[in-house]
Design a protein around this ligand. Sequence first.
Ligand code: FES
Length: 272
Amino acid sequence: ATTETAGPSSGGVHAPGRAAIAARQLRTDRWWLAPAVTATVLTVFVVYSTWRAFANADYYAAPYVSPYYSPCIATNCVNMKGGADLQIFGPWWGLSPALLVLIFPLGFRLTCYYYRKAYYRGFWAAPPACAVAEPHRKYTGETRFPLILQNVHRYFFYFALVFAVILTYDAALGFRDAAGRWGHMGLGTLVLLVNVALIWVYTLSCHSCRHVVGGRLKNFSKHPVRYRMWSWVGRLTAHHMALAWGSLVMVAVADLYVYLVASGAFTDPKFF
Ligand code: FES
C-alpha cells in the first residue's frame, strides 16, 4: 500500500520527488540478519582486541609473537625476540607497545571498501540492507568530513604490505625453537603460517592493490605483465569479503593462541 507522506520538510526517503511508499521496506526475507551478524562479530573483535592491545602482557611465547605486538618498536618489550625490533620509542614510552603499531592494520581495515559497507550497514543502518530505507534524513555519502578521510585507504595499503612482510618474518621465526635453533615446528608455527597467508591474500585482494597493478592504463595490450597481475589480483578481489572475515578472525585466533601459551594455560604441541 502506498500513501503520500512526503511534505516540504520531509527528508530522506520521504523527500519530495521520492516514491511515496508508506512501508519502511517491502522485503520479506531476513534482511536484518547480515547487518546483525556483522555488528555482533565486529563488536566482539573490537572488545577482544582492545583488551589485548592494552594488556601489555603475554604476547610472546618463544618463538611465537602475537601479530598484535609486531613489530616491536619500543624498548619496553625487550623480552621479545631477544629485544625490540627497532628501538624508536625509548624508556619514556610506558604504555603497551601494541598501541604504537596497531594503528596501521586497524586503519587499513577501518577504511577498507568492504568493511565500510559492513559497518555502515551494521552500526549506522545507512542503509541497513539493499532496498531497506535508512532512518537518516540526509545522505552525503563520503563527500564530507569525517568520512572523506576514508580516501586514505590507498596509503594504508602500502603500510599493510610492510606489515605482511613483517608477519611473514615472524612466521618464519616460528620454525626456530625457544633456544633459537632452526628445525622446530609446533602448532603455533602452523597458526602463524595460516594467519600470515590469510593476511597476504586479504591484502593483495584489496581494491587499491588492483588499481595499483592495473589502474591508469589506456590499454592492456601494451602492458601484458600488468594485465596478467591485474587478472590475478582481480580473482582475489572477487573474494575480498570472505578474505576480510577470514583474516579478521584468524588474526584474533593467532593472538589468542600466543596468549594461551605465554600465560601457561596451554602447552604448544610440537610436531618436531
Ligand atoms: Fe578492503 Fe582495500 S578494499 S583492504
